[in-house]
Write a protein that binds this ligand. Structure first.
Ligand code: ASP
Length: 356
């Protein structure tokens, strides 16, 4: 009898352990993906800018084009992560696809400055090493995120600007293009319209003057990507043309580590999009990480706190995409819409544009 009891107890222990995960296992798989296997978790989230993006302003074909490009981009990064590649590699290659598309305000589709030039900003951060690279105000770099990565990996600096950044690019074999590469009819027309409105003496310094959806959209457009790889490493990257009609070498939040981009394996990876001046002053990306690190908030709680409370209270708007080390994601925005997509380790794809 005693032996039979022992055998039953052993069977119970073996099967019991199999079916009820330890606390550690629970926390690893408690993300929204609800994964049940023991394969390493990974995931990727992207954005293509936030703003007054309304269904009624969109044609079916334009909406389809945006969705197709978001899907193409996220699948590039997902394939890298799936085959065991690093989150830094996934973030860079995904952003490259968005930079090469005229649809988004980054790389090829960059908006025009007041002087009819294009000035590009980008940054990237590695959550494992806390290493980071950024560039601002470049005019000839085809893929600014590649140069940001090069600064991170092959310079002793974090941020390079303008001509110096381009000299560094040349010395590292990064692709330079003639500035005319960035000319697109649509963006050039947007600049002309922005100037006309400016001449009509609309006060750009007051948020209420942005009630016109066209003007409001001038503030927005950027691409970004965050990823968690199979080794548990987080990375974030952001690339932008900034604001239409910007002057005086204005630089937004996108290349500012802690505002536009932040990654830390201890917490999360974040990429921002929105009214850069506010995102700089609210230190948005790092603030989300800090709320997790010091206050123990979940990723979603932290993102909501910053995007739905702190930024609007200051008068700004925009959104973020973020992922934590368990693969939980946040795509929080306080605007009418944000181009966004998420793909988890099981290959489930979500694409969104408008508020839900
Ligand atoms: N944050 C960017 C900037 O201010 C623009 C954007 O994300 O829409 O330059």
């Amino acid at each position: 009898m005693h032996q039979i009891l022992t055998v039953f107890t052993l069977i119970f222990i073996v099967f019991g352990c199999k079916n009820s995960p330890t606390n550690d296992q629970k926390s690893i798989f408690s993300g929204e993906m609800n994964r049940t296997d023991t394969a390493p978790n990974f995931g990727i989230v992207i954005h293509g800018g936030a703003g007054t993006i309304l269904k009624q302003d969109m044609t079916d074909s334009l909406e389809a084009a945006f969705k197709a490009k978001l899907e193409e981009a996220i699948k590039v990064g997902h394939a890298i992560l799936k085959s065991g590649g690093s989150s830094i590699e996934a973030v860079t290659k995904t952003i490259n696809v968005l930079e090469d598309s005229p649809l988004f305000n980054a790389g090829k589709g960059a908006v025009f400055t007041h002087d009819e030039t294009n000035e590009l900003d980008a940054s990237i951060m590695d959550g494992q090493t806390l290493n980071a690279g950024a560039i601002a105000g470049v005019t000839q770099i085809k893929n600014p995120i590649d140069l940001a990565k090069e600064v991170m990996l092959h310079s002793e600096h974090v941020m390079l600007g303008g001509k110096g950044a381009e000299n560094f690019a040349q010395s590292r074999g990064i692709e330079l293009v003639d500035p005319s590469y960035f000319y697109t009819e649509k963006r050039f027309r947007s600049l002309q319209q922005a100037k006309e409105i400016e001449e009509a003496k609309i006060d750009h310094s007051q948020s209420t003057s942005f009630a016109d959806p066209f003007i409001k959209n001038q503030k927005f457009g950027t691409v970004g990507c965050v990823a968690l790889d199979k080794n548990g490493n987080l990375a974030a990257g952001t690339s932008t043309g900034g604001m239409t009609n910007k002057r005086w070498n204005r630089i937004g939040d996108a290349p500012i580590i802690g505002a536009g981009t932040y990654a830390n394996n201890a917490t999360c990876a974040v990429s921002s999009t929105g009214w850069g001046e506010f995102f700089i002053r609210a230190v948005v990306a790092h603030d989300i990480s800090a709320l997790m690190e010091y206050k123990g908030l979940s990723l979603q709680e932290a993102a909501k706190e910053v995007i739905q409370k702190k930024v609007p209270a200051m008068g700004g708007d925009g959104g973020i995409v973020a992922i934590d080390r368990q693969g939980n994601v946040s795509m929080e925005f306080n605007t009418e819409g944000m181009y966004r997509a998420h793909m988890n380790a099981d290959g489930e794809l979500y694409i969104g544009i408008y508020k839900e």
